[in-house]
Ligand binder design. Structure first.
Ligand SMILES: Cc1cc2nc3c(=O)[nH]c(=O)nc-3n(C[C@H](O)[C@H](O)[C@H](O)COP(=O)(O)OP(=O)(O)OC[C@H]3O[C@@H](n4cnc5c(N)ncnc54)[C@H](O)[C@@H]3O)c2cc1C
Length: 461
């Protein structure tokens, strides 16, 4: 029977990075993967494909160029799904090779199979019955789309976030059920392709984690793009009739569209793994319970990524897995990761945030002020034609320390890191003023938001 220092179950972002960390420090590591491809949701159906499709949609729609060159750019005529998917397939293939190469470079053994636990130190592969033992395990089995009863997700008319990538034609209309990150990303992507999109959610606001001002800006932009919102409404039935989707609302309303995307939630992959039988505690939502060292209720079995629940992001999954391995293998070179975790939403336009929103400051009784800079007043913003973008700094009045950064606009997910670092190292607004940035750049928005913030303080003093 093969024995390893560490067995990682799952080759998604958490599994790959956790395995690499342990192997880098000389441990004998194996990754077990049941899918025929490496990379998990992150690479195959979630993060990478949706971001690639976003770029493809922007390219074919000409949305970024409209109005920029005095030419009327519009959607490419006769656009087909295979046009859309061409680039996605290339990127995924390359990324899969990169993961494979990373495992190879770290001398990590890749074992194909569906793993379940026999006891706290032995797993078995369902297909072959082979048993493998290890001193330590990392559960990185991720999540799959949640399918609630009553929603007939048939992957032909009503899709989930995995099967939407296999849509056979671009519909004329799409209902997006769920106004969370995945729902809004796909809603904006399809709207850019001139699909008539309606977003439905029982909550009365999209993306509740966003700063209100940023959310309002986003919603206005999406409405200009043609997206309709049916918020604060519960649906009583979702059905497919005559080849199209029919959603009846409890208030008597009726919504119809050619296709629908159900994008309301994911479920941790834990079933059939014998976890509870070996003592790993699972929450009522099906997520693996871990302590602050990412160790489950069984000594030596760690878990990271979507399988432990929120926030359900690849960026967090990778960092959690690295931290889990640092704790598990007593690698003492670092003790924590930054408490300031940026968060991006790759809608059109892009959004990103770190730290506190204005609303959170109010709830926590923090005396704060805000500085803003608009992309349209920034030369780089003008050059790229971003009319909606805004960078907003939230800072404490007493010492001007930056406590929140919120960005909507081109490259928001890249720009955020400078602000996140300022929050992390508790830097005041003034640090942006003394810095020198390339010109013209969007980074300069930080400087002008800081000036604006100082102006706000002076006016109110
Ligand atoms: C549409 C969409 C867009 C997203 N966009 C972003 C984004 O922009 N940024 C971001 O940070 N995150 C994004 N995410 C979230 C991100 O994809 C996940 O948080 C991330 O993939 C979680 O990584 P993971 O390693 O925990 O699990 P996964 O990526 O789900 O990988 C788990 C792996 O474990 C394998 N596995 C499961 N059970 C077993 C078993 N018993 N035996 C062997 N193998 C097993 C699976 O086959 C899979 O390969 C998005 C998700 C979706 C759905």
């Amino acid at each position: 029977m093969m024995h390893y220092d560490l067995i990682v179950i799952g080759s998604g972002p958490a599994g790959e990075k956790g395995a690499a960390k342990a192997a880098y420090y000389g441990k004998k590591v194996a990754v077990v993967e049941r899918a025929s491809y490496l990379g998990g949701t992150g690479l195959n159906t979630g993060t990478i494909p949706s971001k690639t499709l976003r770029e493809t949609a922007l390219y074919f729609s000409g949305l970024k160029q409209r109005g920029l060159y005095g030419i009327d750019y519009s959607l490419k005529q006769g656009l087909t799904v295979s046009h859309l998917m061409h680039r996605e397939a290339q990127v995924i293939e390359t990324e899969r090779c990169i993961v494979e190469e990373n495992l190879r470079r770290h001398a990590i053994e890749l074992i194909r199979g569906d793993a379940y636990f026999l006891d706290a130190s032995t797993i078995c592969l369902r297909e072959t019955g082979e048993r493998i033992t290890a001193d330590t395990f990392l559960l990185a089995t991720g999540s799959t789309p949640y399918h609630p009863p009553g929603i007939p997700i048939d992957h032909q008319t009503i899709y989930d976030s995995d099967s939407i990538l296999r849509m056979d034609s671009i519909p004329s209309s799409l209902l997006v059920l769920g106004a969370g990150v995945v729902g809004i990303e796909y809603a904006s992507l399809f709207a850019a392709l001139d699909v008539q999109v309606t977003v439905v959610d029982v909550r009365d606001a999209i993306l509740p984690m966003l700063d209100n001002e940023i959310r309002d800006r986003l919603q206005r932009y999406l409405e200009e793009l043609g997206v309709k919102f049916s918020l604060g409404k519960r649906y009583s039935s979702v059905s497919v009739s005559d080849g199209s989707v029919r959603v009846e609302l409890e208030d008597g309303g009726l919504l119809r569209a050619e296709k629908a995307l159900f994008a309301a939630g994911r479920r941790a992959c834990t079933s059939g793994m014998g976890l509870e039988e070996v003592g790993v505690q699972i929450s009522s939502r099906g997520e693996v319970q871990v302590n602050d060292r990412f160790e489950t209720t069984v000594k030596g079995i760690y878990a990271a990524g979507d399988v432990i629940g929120r926030p359900g992001l690849a960026s967090f999954a990778m960092e959690q897995a690295r931290m889990a391995m640092i704790y598990a293998l007593n690698l003492e070179y670092r003790e924590s990761c930054s408490s300031v975790m940026p968060f991006a939403i790759y809608a059109i336009p892009e959004l990103s945030m770190a730290g506190l929103t204005e609303e959170e400051c109010k709830r926590q009784g923090i005396e704060y002020a805000v500085g803003r800079a608009l992309y349209r007043n920034n030369p780089r913003g003008q050059i790229i034609g971003d009319e909606t973008g805004m960078l907003k700094l939230v800072f404490r009045r007493s010492d001007r320390i930056v406590i929140g950064v919120h960005i909507i606009g081109e490259l928001a997910s890249e720009l955020i890191h400078l602000g996140a670092e300022a929050i992390s190292y508790q830097r005041p607004l003034d640090s942006f003023l003394s810095a020198v940035y390339n010109y013209p750049t969007l980074t300069d928005l930080y400087k002008y938001a800081a000036y604006d913030g100082l102006g706000v303080l002076e006016r109110n003093s």
